[in-house]
Design a protein. Structure first.
Length: 270
């Protein structure tokens, strides 16, 4: 099997569940050694991360699980220190951790505004900043054309407004411009920063949108391609964006959404 990421080290945040787990597994299948982050504050998340690391190792890959809250600067630093200690450096960083705290705007609490912005946006800032510092510290390495690659997990809601989810959509809109501005700043150092904008992917974050036939039908009306996405769809996109196959792709958001951003409401109307 072709291993486009052989010899490279990857760190995936929020990889104890959903998309992060799928991305970590796909990067490992592509030959990368993978550090699997889970949220240190929720001990229940250690177990799935450790199970994933064990499954990767059982298949002949290399991985380990490590806890850190990405919204905490000291914990992000400690997370990178642990990866560098174990593997020497990092080549691919997927800033994926994220959560939703949904509410009608007038009922949205400051606490729920803050936790979403701090996890989704500040968490990606802290993760990407430390990634760039690490790429600069270790300098060129003979494993990739780029000095390093950062993938920011965004969402279709970086462009699709989302009533009842103002905090979340604001965080993803912020990620879009953070990603692009950072990409512009570090491209001269041959650091590639890109985003992935998933549509509706089957994970715990949106379980409630699929738990009855009626809700699923309503969701499917938003997806021209006619199916909910799977974490493997995002894993394959991440492998490509992390590999030299996408070496000239810089500062782009790759939408992996079954056409959700195609304004499906206009398909038979207007
Ligand atoms: P999930 O709930 O299954 O996974 C979220 C992960 O983030 C978990 O591993 C959780 O432990 C971690 N996390 C939360 N707070 C954290 C913190 N402070 N520090 C470290 N890790 C933390 O949800 P899912 O769907 O896998 O979400 C992953 C990313 O994909 C998120 O950024 C989400 O916004 C994004 N996304 C998800 C879509 C979907 O349809 N599932 C669509 C578009 C984007
Ligand atoms: C959200 C999911 C939602 C998807 C499509 C994601 O960013 O986290 O809950 O299903 O966008 O609307």
């Amino acid at each position: 099997m072709h291993k486009p990421l052989a010899g490279q080290i990857a760190l995936v945040t929020g990889a104890s569940s959903g998309i992060g787990s799928g991305v970590a597994a796909a990067l490992a299948d592509a030959g990368a050694h993978v550090a699997i982050n889970y949220n240190y504050n929720y001990h229940s998340h250690a177990e799935p991360a450790e199970k994933l690391a064990a499954a990767i190792t059982a298949k002949g890959g290399e991985a380990f699980a490590l806890g850190a809250d990405v919204s905490d600067e000291a914990q992000v630093d400690a997370m990178f220190d642990a990866v560098v200690k174990r593997y020497g450096t990092v080549d691919i960083v997927v800033a994926n951790s994220g959560l939703q705290k949904d509410a009608k705007f007038t009922a949205l609490t400051l606490a729920d505004w803050r936790i979403v912005i701090e996890t989704n946006l500040t968490g990606q800032f802290l993760t990407a900043r430390r990634a760039v510092r690490e790429f600069e510290r270790r300098g060129p390495r003979n494993v990739s054309k780029a000095l390093g690659k950062i993938i920011c997990m965004s969402s279709v809601h970086e462009v699709i407004p989302w009533a009842g989810h103002v905090n979340y959509a604001a965080s993803k809109g912020g990620i879009q411009m953070m990603m692009k501005s950072l990409a512009q700043e570090v491209a001269p150092q041959r650091i590639r920063v890109n985003g992935i904008a998933p549509g509706a992917i089957r994970t715990p974050i949106n379980q409630d949108t699929r738990d009855t036939r009626e809700k699923l039908d309503r969701l499917l009306r938003l997806i021209p391609y006619g199916r909910v996405g799977e974490v493997e769809d995002i894993g394959r996109a991440a492998v490509w964006l992390a590999s030299d196959e996408s070496d000239y792709v810089v500062g782009t958001t790759l939408f992996v959404d079954g056409g959700m951003t195609l304004y499906p409401g206009f398909a038979d109307n207007g």
